[in-house]
Design a protein around this ligand. Structure first.
Ligand code: TYD
Length: 208
């Protein structure tokens, strides 16, 4: 029997995650697996409502931001991710808990112990089977994000914030090398896609 797998894409601003997401989903479909593509914060009605407040709300304090991210995530796991995995689907999510470690932990300075405590509220303390971390120097990502136009609360943070986010991601990758693969996202989109799909194939081979 085929069992579902949970794959997440992570990275700082402007690393090209969203285009890579579709490439990952397409490749998994080509393997004959059903795929659910989703995102955080969001993925449910409650989560999308919280997303609007998180990205564009005014006067959101750090603790409220953290709890809203996790509120959206718990709902997302219960309503979408867990049921899809139980049906044998593969789930590909644009961001998950590593984003909270990077942005709220690294970026805003929330202690890791608080993040670990909140992680316990996720059904089954869910962790991804594989995380593809797109990594690029923050200046590169920022230039791409600005070219895209429109900035949200996170994109408009200073470069030092983005540096802390990147460092926190790389620390996570060093701590969980079996789960997190770092993909160099500083080059042209075609090359990034190639590296990403090669890593996906290599890591998923034993699950197919
Ligand atoms: P999004 O538009 O998805 O950003 P991007 O295009 O960079 O992926 O916006 C999501 C933002 O929310 C992103 O800047 C990171 C932030 N975020 C957190 O700070 N913590 C979290 O736990 C999650 C899931 C996202």
């Amino acid at each position: 029997m085929n069992s579902g797998r949970f794959i997440t894409l992570e990275g700082g601003e402007g690393v090209g995650k969203t285009t890579c997401l579709e490439a990952v989903a397409e490749r998994i479909r080509a393997w004959g697996r059903e795929v659910v593509v989703t995102r955080e914060p969001g993925g449910t009605q409650l989560g999308e409502g919280l997303r609007a407040l998180l990205l564009h709300g005014e006067h959101v304090c750090v603790e409220a931001e953290l709890l809203m991210m996790f509120a959206a995530r718990v709902q997302h796991v219960r309503e979408v991710i867990w049921p899809a995995l139980a049906r044998g689907c593969w789930v590909v999510s644009d961001r998950f808990t590593d984003s909270s470690y990077a942005y709220q932990g690294g970026g805003r300075g929330v202690p890791a112990a608080n993040l670990r405590f909140l992680e316990q509220f996720l059904p089954g303390a869910l962790q991804p089977d594989l995380t593809l971390l797109l990594d690029a120097p923050v200046e590169v990502g920022r230039a791409r994000a600005l070219a895209r136009g429109g900035t949200d609360r996170f994109e408009s943070e200073a470069l030092v914030f983005q540096e802390r986010v990147r460092d926190a991601y790389l620390e996570r990758a060093a701590a969980f090398p079996e789960r997190i693969v770092v993909i160099d996202a500083s080059g042209p989109a075609g090359a990034v896609r190639c590296h990403l799909l090669a890593a996906l194939e290599q890591r998923c081979a034993s699950w197919l």
